[in-house]
Design a protein around this ligand. Structure first.
Ligand SMILES: [Zn+2]
Length: 56
């Protein structure tokens, strides 16, 4: 259940993985983000980093 790289909780792959135990682990350890980066999420955060109005 835990990521071997960051020792956080890996995202649940199945509905049956969403257990109370997992939720507690996520709260105490945090959620792993190094295993499955979401492309949409990345694009959105990259867009957020851009300044709204670029100075000339
Ligand atoms: Zn990880």
């Amino acid at each position: 259940m835990l990521c071997l790289t960051c020792h956080r909780v890996r995202p649940a792959l199945d509905r049956t993985d969403y257990t109370a135990e997992r939720a507690l682990l996520i709260v105490s350890r945090g959620l792993c983000a190094c295993g499955t980066p979401a492309p949409a999420e990345r694009a959105r955060s990259a867009e957020d980093r851009k300044p709204a109005g670029a100075p000339k």
